[in-house]
Design a protein around this ligand. Structure first.
Ligand SMILES: [Zn+2]
Length: 232
């Protein structure tokens, strides 16, 4: 069987989304990529999570051609592939309809950075895509969803803000590997919930200061990061 370890990581990331309450029934998916093999492992479509095994993960190439697997891949595969092609340093992608992140996406409001938890993970507001046009929806919908996401990141660095809210739909997140992509989905839902509470308590709430934002993001990410234990 191809890519045993990646299959296990992808299955575990999918189960993590369920454990953290981000996924109802079979809504949601996570995938991982082996850049060396140029192959993607993704959850199959519509199979109950409690029945999934690593062998059920579907292996495709970057054109979506099934290389190994008997099940149909997640219907959002084409969106994941657009992200892998456009964002060369990502190793994993997730998609959920988690409650609070989806609410911001349905309101078509970016999630402002109100506090340090947000700043630890996302170096700016979490953006919302443009609404998709009719021809993008009736055409190759899942691929076009990926293109709309990539266009949203024309002036935003995908490693600084590893998440997006697709307008009237829900969030996608990514990371250097699929476990980190799932972790980012969990954090995104948390900051979406807290931001909702923040604007409920104070409609005039304003963004965190630039200094505090930079302090929190840059101590965890980038060349001068010092948060946590030294990397060996
Ligand atoms: Zn969806």
């Amino acid at each position: 069987m191809l890519l045993q370890q990646l299959r296990e990581e992808v299955l575990d990331a999918n189960l993590e989304l369920v454990r953290r309450g981000l996924v109802l029934y079979t809504f949601g998916n996570a995938s991982g990529i082996s850049r060396a093999d140029r192959l993607v492992a993704i959850k199959p479509s519509g199979v109950p999570y409690e029945k999934l095994t690593p062998a059920d993960m579907v292996i495709t190439d970057l054109d979506g051609k099934i290389i190994e697997g008997t099940l149909k891949p997640s219907s959002d595969l084409a969106t994941h592939l657009e992200l892998y092609k456009a964002f060369p340093k990502i190793g994993g992608v997730t998609h959920t309809h988690s409650e609070f992140a989806t609410a911001w996406g349905q309101a078509r409001r970016p999630i402002p950075c109100f506090g340090t938890t947000h700043a630890d993970y996302f170096h700016g507001p979490v953006p919302v895509t443009d609404e998709m046009a009719s021809h993008e929806i009736v055409g190759d919908y899942e691929k076009n969803t990926g293109i709309v996401i990539v266009n949203t990141f024309r002036d935003i660095h995908y490693e600084s803000i590893p998440a997006v809210l697709v307008a009237n739909h829900g969030p996608f997140t990514w990371g250097p590997d699929v476990a980190t992509a799932a972790h980012n989905a969990v954090i995104l839902e948390h900051i979406a919930r807290v931001a909702y509470r923040t604007v409920t308590l104070n409609q005039e709430a304003t963004d965190i200061s630039r200094d505090l934002h930079d302090k929190h993001f840059l101590r965890k990410h980038g060349a001068d990061a010092y948060y946590g234990q030294a990397k060996k």
